[in-house]
Structures are given as structure tokens and as C-alpha cells.
Design a protein around this ligand. Structure first.
Ligand code: ADP
Ligand code: NI
Length: 219
């Protein structure tokens, strides 16, 4: 089977799993992450394209935020990859990437080192959390979970543990920028992603400055 045929099957599998999500992890997010990873691959031709793009397609399919039974979801992914002819080693790499790329594992220092392919997928996922798309996703997510847009009386909490991060009772959308989104540019693995992140960072900083000025009606 060719790489493209296999990637089409992975695309279809991921789409069937992600279609109904309403928290900003829908298939549109997946497609952007795949496109960004493919863009980053141009600067890193030594990376394995099939593994990189397959991990990009699948990276949220077994996430505990999206599925109640992660073991069952993982088994389904394994069966699918086996049927597509992925070797045991290839599957191990894809699972290593999916299991260790999250922001909370980075925060807690519990993430295993990612191979280059995983670094590209992680950078692509983080790029899709920042910039104009990042702003839209944060507001969409905040609305879905009943967060306030902003509360000047609630200071952002930085340097949180995973438990604290998961337990933000009075999180606001604006605080999420300070607690996570503005920190992502310094967590990019690759120079190619750092370049893209710099522009997206400026977009968020402009947005936050405008937002606060309008909130205070200082303009
Ligand atoms: P990941 O995509 O790395 O799994 P998350 O599930 O934490 O990350 O986030 C998904 C999207 O929702 C991201 O764009 C993120 O910025 C946004 N988001 C996550 N938590 C919050 C929050 N408490 N308030 C607003 N937006 C959030
Ligand atoms: Ni993601």
C-alpha cells in the first residue's frame, strides 16, 4: 500500500472518531494540525512523513477529554493500524507521540522525550492553539464549559501543576491566555515552528491589549 493510500485511510478513521466534538477538538482542528505538520516536514525531510501525519491525524482520538474509555479507544486504534499494515515499531512510535505530547505532561515534567516526528506533531498542535485560531478556540471552549470571558478580579495562575490546571473553578477565557496560550511559543521544539509562533504571538498580544482597552473603555 502506498503512503497516500494509507494516509487516506487514517484520515477517514480520524474523521469518523472526531466529527461530533464541540470543544474545539473537532476534525477541523485535526486537519489544521495535519497541514501544519506537513508544512513543518518541509524543513525536516529526515522525519518519517507517514508516522508524522498519522500521529497528527490520531493525536486526539484517545484523549481522555474526548473518550470515556481510553483503553477501548486505544485498542480500536491499534486494530485499525494493524489492519493498515503498520508494524509494531511504527505503532509504538505513534502511541509514544500521542501519550507524551500534551501540555499537562510538559507542565508536570512527566512527558517522555518525543522523536522528531512527535516534536513536529506537538509543535503543530500547539500552533493551532495560538494566533487567531487560538483566540477563536479559547472563546469557543470557554463558552462550552461556562467560563466567563473576563474577570479583572481573578488573577491568572501560572506555573500550575496538572491537578491545579484541571481544577480551575473560576477560569476565564482571558486568563487562559496567560496560563497557557502565551507560554506556548517558548515551548516549540523546532525553529520552523518558532518562526510561525512569533507571528501568532503578536496577534494574541494585540488582541489582549485591544480587549483590555475596550473593557475599560479607554479608547
Ligand atoms: P490540547 O489541544 O493540547 O489537548 P486542550 O484540550 O487543553 O489542549 O485545549 C483545546 C483548546 O481549547 C485549545 O485551543 C485551548 O487553548 C482551549 N482551552 C483549553 N482549556 C481552556 C480553558 N480553560 N479556557 C479556554 N480555552 C481553553
Ligand atoms: Ni489537538
Amino acid at each position: 500500500m502506498t503512503t497516500d493510500t494509507t494516509l487516506t485511510a487514517v484520515h477517514d478513521f480520524a474523521r469518523s472518531k472526531m466529527r461530533d466534538d464541540e470543544t474545539g477538538h473537532g476534525f477541523d482542528h485535526i486537519q489544521r494540525v495535519v497541514r501544519l505538520a506537513d508544512e513543518l516536514l518541509k524543513a525536516y525531510p529526515q522525519a518519517d512523513r507517514l508516522l508524522t501525519l498519522s500521529a497528527a491525524y490520531l493525536h486526539d482520538v484517545i484523549d481522555e477529554k474526548l473518550v470515556t474509555d481510553t483503553a477501548a479507544a486505544s485498542a480500536e486504534v491499534r486494530d485499525f493500524l494493524t489492519a493498515q499494515g503498520f508494524s509494531a515499531d511504527q505503532q509504538a512510535t505513534i502511541f509514544l507521540i500521542m501519550d507524551n505530547m500534551s501540555f499537562h505532561k510538559t507542565l508536570d515534567g512527566t512527558a517522555k522525550p518525543l522523536p522528531l516526528e512527535g516534536q513536529l506533531v506537538q509543535d503543530a498542535d500547539r500552533l493551532d492553539a495560538i494566533g487567531a485560531i487560538g483566540i477563536a478556540r479559547a472563546i469557543y471552549f470557554g463558552g462550552h464549559f461556562g467560563e466567563k470571558i473576563y474577570d479583572p478580579a481573578v488573577a491568572p495562575r501560572t506555573q500550575m501543576s496538572h491537578a491545579e490546571y484541571r481544577n480551575l473553578g473560576n477560569e476565564t477565557v482571558i486568563n487562559h491566555f496567560y496560563e497557557k496560550l502565551l507560554t506556548l511559543k517558548d515551548l516549540m521544539n523546532t525553529d520552523a515552528a518558532k518562526t510561525l509562533a512569533a507571528h501568532r504571538q503578536a496577534v494574541m498580544e494585540d488582541f489582549l491589549a485591544e480587549f483590555k482597552a475596550e473593557w475599560q473603555a479607554e479608547k
